[in-house]
Design a protein around this ligand. Structure first.
Ligand SMILES: *Cc1c(COP(=O)(O)O)cnc(C)c1O
Length: 377
């Protein structure tokens, strides 16, 4: 059996999305900036995708900037706000469990003279409103806290944070990548200033994403050289992939409730199977306020490196949440924030499922883990 259970790293591309992309690629090659008929056809597809996406997120089309994915969107949001607003203050706030495309940007800004507060999380992976209130200062210009964590699945109180910041000058950015398709997202109601999305986490193609920029948010655009995206992000638009992302977003937002029920059942079956097989494990994260597709487990009997290799050989494709650099696994910064220096940070695995997975598959994963457990004794 072959089981892919690494959907938080990337998803396959949905057949309807492939069809949409193929159709645009085959039939439309115009540059959306050309004013002749062929160019205008490209422009029409681009405008249509933008309006579809805007409707789904409940924003206006001009508040969307298409990018090459979440890494670019996060860079643009954070650098863009920091550089544009530094006359109002140089203090920035983020959390210690952000994706590296957020954390590494803040580290760079620190080198450039900004002051950054990294909010800690509790042992379940939550930032507290109290800690944020305590960290906020008159010279804070940006708060960037992720919505759903990609390693442990915890969901931060983004609406409460947005309310808290309503009467503060700080601009609020959230990396919403993992929430798409798992939570209904209404950006007007949520009232954030900046929101990051990438298509390949919800059955769209890799290399395309967007940044929602609420109207009038002061931000310095980073990519110069053309008038695309109303001069906010230069470079010829990847029309086919943007159309694909629009299709993927439509599909992902259609069946959230039923897909979540299915995912919760799969998670429960998986956990039950581990218990029935008497495998020792503990959950990293929380059973409530969590994304249903992510299950991060601590197995106190094996290093992840060994475990991931054996699982791979047996057709189970999963990750540790941590970064894998040149084949060696660093302890996860997310688990380190939750538990400090503890073997747990190197003995945990992230299983991220999809509605495409089956009960047989998650049972198979549990059986493979049982074999590893028995070898370790
Ligand atoms: C995958 C991911 C990213 C990076 O997205 P890319 O499109 O690959 O750059 C950023 N943030 C989170 C939370 C992610 O899961």
């Amino acid at each position: 059996m072959k089981v892919y259970a690494d959907y938080a790293a990337t998803t396959n591309v949905a057949p309807d999305v492939v069809a949409e992309i193929t159709d645009v690629l085959s039939n439309q090659y115009g540059n959306a900036s050309s004013i002749h008929t062929i160019g205008r056809e490209g422009r029409r597809i681009l405008d249509q995708a933008r309006s579809t996406i805007a409707k789904r997120l409940n924003v206006t089309p001009r508040e969307i900037i298409f990018t090459s994915g979440a890494t670019e969107s996060n860079n643009l949001a954070i650098k863009g706000v920091a550089y544009k607003n530094q006359h109002k203050g140089k203090h920035l706030i983020t959390s210690s469990i952000e994706h590296h495309s957020v954390l590494h940007v803040f580290e760079q800004l620190e080198k450039e003279g900004f002051e950054v507060t990294y909010l800690p999380v509790d042992s379940h992976g939550f930032v507290t409103i109290e800690a944020l209130k305590h960290a906020l200062r008159d010279d804070t210009i940006l708060v960037s806290i992720m919505f759903g964590n990609n390693e442990v699945g915890t969901v931060q109180p983004i609406d409460e944070i947005a309310q808290l910041l309503k009467d503060h000058q700080a601009i609020f950015h959230t990396d919403g990548v993992q929430t798409i398709g798992h939570m209904p997202i209404d950006l007007k109601a949520l009232d954030v200033d900046l929101f990051t999305i990438t298509a390949h986490k919800f059955y769209g193609p890799k290399g395309v994403g967007l940044l929602y920029v609420k109207d009038k948010t002061p931000i310095q655009f980073q990519q110069l050289g053309g008038a695309q995206e109303t001069k906010r992000r230069a470079g010829t638009e990847n029309i086919a992939y943007i159309a694909g992302m629009a299709k993927a977003l439509e599909l992902a937002t259609e069946n959230i409730a039923s897909s979540n029920i299915q995912l919760s059942q799969l998670k429960q079956t998986f956990i039950n199977a581990l218990q029935t097989l008497e495998i020792p494990f503990e959950l990293n994260g929380d059973m409530n306020m969590t994304l249903p597709h992510i299950t991060n487990l601590y197995f106190p009997f094996s290093d992840v490196e060994k475990m991931l290799t054996i699982l791979d050989m047996n057709g189970v494709y999963v990750s540790s949440g941590s970064a894998c650099t040149a084949g060696s696994i660093e302890p996860s910064h997310v688990l380190t924030s939750m538990f400090g220096e503890h073997p747990r940070t190197k003995q945990s695995i992230r299983f991220s499922l999809s509605h495409q997975n089956t009960e047989e598959e998650v049972t198979y994963i549990a059986q493979q883990i049982k074999k590893i457990y028995e070898m370790s004794r």
